[in-house]
Design a protein around this ligand. Structure first.
Ligand SMILES: [Zn+2]
Length: 411
């Protein structure tokens, strides 16, 4: 029979519950597992026995206090039962991290991105070689890597690891499925970078709400400021789990016949609020000038210093950026519900110069005037959130896989 029987589906769901409880709360005893998952004691016993047999989890025994009574037994993931590789693609470099099934970082290195990338296949080959290097440095066979989680700015295909448009490669499509082959049979996941930030924030917010005994918000969004503008939205589904998406916010229309954007359109939010857009406004550069591919942060720091010293033109450029962002957020709140906004990315260091415009821009939407301004928070460490998002997604994938097959590693 090809279809899975209903008992098999229930078994998988229960195994996933147990593994995600361990993921969220760390090592748990049999009783805690039963409490956290709502599963009966007998079911928890059956599942932990099976996962132990397949070497997905392991038990630790701790002597009872004062050496009396039975030792306390707790379960946790078996760290070496599988590995994930996280790859962050940014405008000038690639970052590779190796993480074990327990979520511990094993190794990390950076590589300069080779600029003259002629086609997507060549780039995918470069990635493949670096993954081989990542595994070799830790003495691992490639077959031990279960998930390769890749992030980039730009537009990502649904349910497929294909990059459709990105500031790094433009229209050049990259199909990351081609990094698989031979010993590397890992699942390949591609995420928009700000989507990962939103996923990680959702986890943090959820944990805080749980600790405080309250309810996490129904939705939240992360806005990343930099050369481009990214947006990730996390929204809770009917089961209470956050579902995360990354709409093409930076390339939503802001100004009719506005300045040229890196995507080829005119008047996108990014073309006013991205670094190159801010510089363009400040220096009266004609709007049809081809945007620079990359602007060093130091150029933006200089402009910000001028603005803080009272340079009207520089102040105006940052204010216009804030206005574009605020109007975009106002439209977003009109289409969705009111949700807290977390602002992050290298551009947050100029938030003081954009804040007034941003608040004003938001207030131009009726939805905001009616429901009030959302809560706005500044998050300085975007890099940590991107990495946390990689872990969250890839380890959950490994958990589901282990629950489905009863095992992670081959054999
Ligand atoms: Zn655009």
């Amino acid at each position: 029979m090809l279809a899975k029987s209903s008992t098999e589906i229930v078994r998988q769901q229960n195994s996933t519950l147990v593994l995600s409880a361990l993921r969220r709360h760390g090592p748990l005893s049999h009783t805690d597992l039963s409490d956290r998952t709502g599963l009966s004691s007998a079911t928890v016993s059956a599942i932990t026995a099976e996962l132990e047999r397949h070497q997905v989890i392991e038990r630790q025994e701790q002597a009872a206090p004062a050496g009396r009574g039975r030792p306390r037994v707790s379960f946790s993931q078996r760290r070496d039962c599988g590995y994930m590789a996280a790859i962050r693609i940014s405008s000038d470099q690639l970052e590779f991290s190796l993480v074990d099934y327990g979520g511990t970082l094993i190794d990390r290195f950076d590589e300069a991105r080779q600029t003259a990338q002629s086609d997507g296949a060549t780039f995918a080959q470069q990635l493949r070689q670096s993954i081989e290097r990542l595994a070799a440095r830790s003495g691992l066979s490639l077959s031990r890597i279960m998930v390769v989680s890749i992030s980039s700015k730009g537009l990502v295909a649904q349910a497929e690891p294909r990059l459709l448009w990105s500031p790094v490669f433009g229209e050049l499509e990259v199909d990351f499925n081609s990094i698989r082959g031979g010993a590397l049979q890992a699942a390949v996941i591609l995420s928009n970078e700000t989507r990962l930030v939103a996923a990680a924030l959702a986890r943090v917010v959820e944990r805080h709400a749980e600790a405080a005994g309250g309810l996490a918000p129904g939705a939240l969004c992360a806005l990343s400021l930099g050369h481009g503008i990214g947006l990730g939205i996390a929204r809770r589904d009917s089961l209470g789990e956050y579902q995360v998406s990354a709409p093409d916010f930076g390339h939503m229309l802001h100004l009719v016949d506005g300045g040229l954007c890196r995507c080829g359109s005119k008047g996108c939010i990014e073309a006013t609020a991205g670094f190159y857009g801010i510089l363009r406004t400040a220096f009266d550069v004609p709007g049809d000038t081809i945007p620079a591919r990359f602007i060093p942060l130091i150029e933006m720091e200089k402009l910000a210093a001028n603005a803080r010293r009272g340079d009207r033109k520089a102040q105006f450029a940052f204010r216009q950026a804030g206005l574009a962002l605020g109007q975009g957020l106002g439209r977003m709140q009109s289409l969705n519900e009111k949700m807290p906004v977390y602002i992050t990315g290298p551009g947050v260091r100029f938030y003081d110069l954009m804040e007034k415009g941003l608040i004003e821009g938001m207030g131009q939407s009726r939805a905001i005037r009616r429901d009030g301004l959302p809560e706005i928070d500044i998050i300085l460490d975007e890099t940590a959130l991107v990495f946390a998002g990689h872990l969250d997604l890839a380890l959950a994938h490994m958990d589901r896989n282990a629950a489905a097959t009863g095992q992670l590693a081959d054999g």
